[in-house]
Ligand binder design. Sequence first.
Ligand code: UDP
Ligand code: MG
Length: 332
Amino acid sequence: MDPVVSIVAPAYNEAANLAAFVAALTPVLDGLGEPWEIVFVDDVSRDATLGLLLAARAQDSRLKIVGLARNFGKDVALSAGLAHARGRAVIPIDCDLQHPPALIPELVARWRAGADMVIAVRTRRSEEGLFRRTGARLYYGLMRRMTQVEIPRNAGDFRLLDRKIVDVINQMPERCRFMKGIFAWPGFKTETVEFQASARAGGRSTWSLWRLWRFALDGMFSFSTVPLKLWTYLGALSATGAFIYLLITLIQKIFFGIAAPGYASLLIVLLFFGGLLLLSNGIQGEYIARIFEEVKGRPLFVVAGKWGFDEPTVRTVPGTPADAPGPRDTAS
Ligand code: UDP
Ligand code: MG
């Protein structure tokens, strides 16, 4: 029977959480009264994650596993999961129990009532400090002004996506997987449900401040061209300023005989514009680097092995190999 609800769970070094995760999720899914599947994506964990997944699958064949060929990062792992999920409703969720499975019935109920996307939004960023909270607020404000898509605040990957949204996302070829933006881009009827994020159950998060910063820039550069276009106006503004300064200097010299103060002002202006030019170069570089990544047209991910996918998976991500060779499932 085809699953109606697909759970997509990327897993990287989650051996400590997997048993609790499956134990929490299974009864909730059974309670839905629909056929379901869980698509785990093993992002080549260095611990026993894959072995545990295989053992769990031996108990319950509704657990399916996609093993990637190397660590591709959670956004690509999630994309790989979305490409393999077959349900009418697809729910990405983290394995570290930060996303409460108990919320799933409500997501599904909203979906049955007609919503195409139901986003689980964190109510309180309790475990985060003032610095990160303020940063997040500033960032979302800026993104809202700079991009066409509405990216909801405090929304992560935990949400329900209707099949039609998943199909659109599977066709989005960008290698830079800024999932917050990618989820928001297709549109459709979106609703939100609130939940309290809990602390990571085991292991540790890999988000350093530097990674957060790169992540924020990634989002900005892949969903907005404002940083690129800004320079036209900054250039025009500084040229106008320079012209006005020239006029002032001429008037001072001709009518008042004041010699233009030279050295200091020259140096300041020189350094200022040198900096501005380098900055604009750097920002252009960010876009060129992205063009370079996209233009290579490499597959988004490489699958090393699959368990639970007997029929060929419809892979709509352009450029991905149809069915990468790997250990095939024999259990079902
Ligand atoms: N993850 C992954 N590949 C990675 C890092 C993480 O598949 O390289 C998975 C991880 O197992 C978890 C989810 O992505 O299920 C979110 O990871 P994490 O908890 O580190 O991120 P955070 O919750 O801090 O956003
Ligand atoms: Mg987490």
